[in-house]
Design a protein around this ligand. Structure first.
Ligand SMILES: [Cu+2]
Length: 156
């Protein structure tokens, strides 16, 4: 049997760094950083309506907005809390895009729309839903939705 050398500290460190980077890239299904996500055409013109929603610990300060079906709406989110939050939609029949310089946080998600914001960060979401109906949004950080961090966008 051949003698195996113990792994050097340098090699062990390299493997850990690679594992952490791989986790960061896959955690939210999108690259972290300031890349746009979704359909970029939604950012080509001024939206038909604009909304502002702040994130607190642990709630959205606006829990219902109304928008015309078929219109492009913009929602600017700012995380004014002390912990990370996100804007998530489970299943989404329309088109969306978002833009933020915030760095994706560490939890995984299978949500159709998921924009994570660190404390103090801002991101803009654009949505277009063709048909009337309600879309529930929530924060997908563990426990936050159950604590009431959710809301409805009513398309009329
Ligand atoms: Cu949250």
């Amino acid at each position: 049997m051949r003698y195996r050398r113990p792994m050097s500290y340098r090699n062990a460190f390299s493997i850990i760094v690679v594992a952490v980077v791989a986790t960061a890239l896959t955690a939210c299904g999108a690259p972290s950083g300031d890349a746009d996500t979704g359909d970029p055409s939604l950012f080509e013109a001024e939206p038909d309506a604009r909304f502002t929603i702040d994130m607190r610990d642990v709630r959205f300060d606006v829990s219902e907005i109304e928008a015309p079906a078929g219109a492009v709406i913009a929602i600017t989110f700012t995380n004014r809390g002390d912990i990370e939050h996100d804007f998530s939609i489970s299943e989404f029949a329309g088109t969306f895009a978002y833009r933020t310089a915030s760095v994706a946080h560490g939890h995984s998600t299978s949500r159709a729309v998921h924009m994570a914001l660190r404390p103090g960060d801002t991101g803009e979401v654009r949505l277009r839903v063709p048909d009337a109906g309600g879309v529930e949004f929530f924060c997908d950080v563990a426990g936050h939705r159950r604590a009431g961090m959710s809301g409805i966008i009513a398309f009329r």
